[in-house]
Structures are given as C-alpha cells and as structure tokens.
Design a protein around this ligand. Sequence first.
Ligand code: SF4
Length: 288
Amino acid sequence: MSPADALLSWFCAHARDLPWRGAGASPWPVMVSEFMLQQTPVARVLPYFTQWMRQWPTPADLAAASPADVVRAWDTLGYPRRALWLHEAAATIVDAYGGEVPADYSALRRLSGVGDYTASAILAFAFGVRIPVIDTNVRRVWWRWELGQDDAAVQPRVEHAALERWLPADGHRAAQVSLAIMEFGALICTARTPLCTQCPIAETCQWRERGYPRPATRVRPISKRYEGSDRQARGRILAVLRRTADATELTAQTVNWQDPGQFERAVSSLANDGLITQVRENVWKLPD
Ligand code: SF4
C-alpha cells in the first residue's frame, strides 16, 4: 500500500468533522476557513467560522459589509489584517469574477491575502484540482517519512515535485490525500512527540528506520511573548474601538497601556494597516 493510500484509510477513520470539509463544501467556505486558519488553530477558528458564514454566506454579502463590521466580527481571532484582506478579496471576486471564487491559480493569487499555500488549498479542497497543498504539517511528514530527516532545506520546486508524486491522478482523491497528510501531521506525526505506535506508515518511515535523528543545530523561530508586545497593544486598542460605533479618544491612559512610545507605535501600525481611521487628534474609529 502506498503512503498516500495508507494515510487516506487512516483519514477516513480519524478525520475531524470540520464544517469547511466534505462533499458539500463550496469554494467560499473553503476560502474563509483558509484565511482564518493562517496562524490560528482549528479549535479557535471554529466558532468564528460558524458566525462568519451565518453573517456573510457569500462573497457578495461580505463585500457589501463595512470594514468596521468586518474588523468587529474578526474580534480576537488575531492578525486582524486578514479580515480586511478577506473583505478586499470578496470585493474583487464580486467585481471581477461575478461573485464566484475563481478556480484559477493566477486569479486567486491576485486576490488580497492569497499566497501560494492558500491558492493551492482553495484549488484542491474547493475544486478538486490535483495540486500539492504544502503546510508545515505536510512538509514535516514528508521530511521524516521519505527523507529520513526532522528538518531539511529543500528548494520549493523540489518539494512541490516530490509531494506531487504522492498524489493520485484523480483531483478529488488527491485533495483528500492532501487533507489526510495535513491531519496526520497535526494529530499523529506532530513536531514534538510523534505518536509512531499509532502510525499507519511507520514500517516504511525513513526517520524511524534511522533512529529518529534530530539535527545537531536547529534554528528554531524564537516564539515572541504576547504579554507586553506590540501585538497586545494593538489588540488592546482594537478592543476599545470594537466596543463602540463612535469615534473614541485613544491615549495610552484611556487604553490602560504603560508605555506611551509603544502605544504610539501600535496606533501608527494599525493606521498603516487600514484597521483604524483618525477623526481628529487622538480620536480614532474603525474604518468606514
Ligand atoms: S513513524 Fe513516526 S515519525 Fe515516521 S511518519 Fe509515522 S508518526 Fe511520523
């Protein structure tokens, strides 16, 4: 049995039931879920996704909303620039594609907030296009199972070609295989403690065969503390503005932030991102 077939069988038995998956999933919910899942875990996304789709079930519905409503609905999901990108993308879908998410890689890449991963995910999961969908989970499974390494520097086109070889010829089945690898990487072949005793491809895993070598030196991204960070300052400011439809005076004191310099920096970056609009000195509101 190929690794793809083995992972697909595992997926059929163990996949989480998520509202943006399955035969009934149409392109718009797939696109919304992919925006929300960038840098945010599934469990956190679920209630926001449900509410979002209830409020804006089509791109036209979202395009007609005000940016303020969109930022308000994004609430504390994090990285709120994604909300405005999704809103801008919805407007482009309405203006340029008749309100339908385009089934074309180049067209998708031209939408705000859509990079290679998101375009590939939409094509595969919404339209059944045979294209590798490569996130950190997929990459890690491939490194371990095929390369026998826990970390590797591989050119994107080599990675793309290798993972394309995992996919069956049929596009819809290929999409299921991509989902299966992602889910398997998220639940079983995890970064820190892979559950190899539950692994359906353990017998042929090169990393296991080699005794699980870890790289001697690995540059791990430094996880930045949220407490006291610019992100927290930005979140504090947005939280104040989300609570009211009115323009509001914002100072370090009114948002209860200790560092005035950091507060000013947070206000500037939110304004640069289009997430807040200045009414007059020290008075701000969510964008119209
Ligand atoms: S044997 Fe372990 S490391 Fe190898 S693919 Fe399976 S879960 Fe991952």
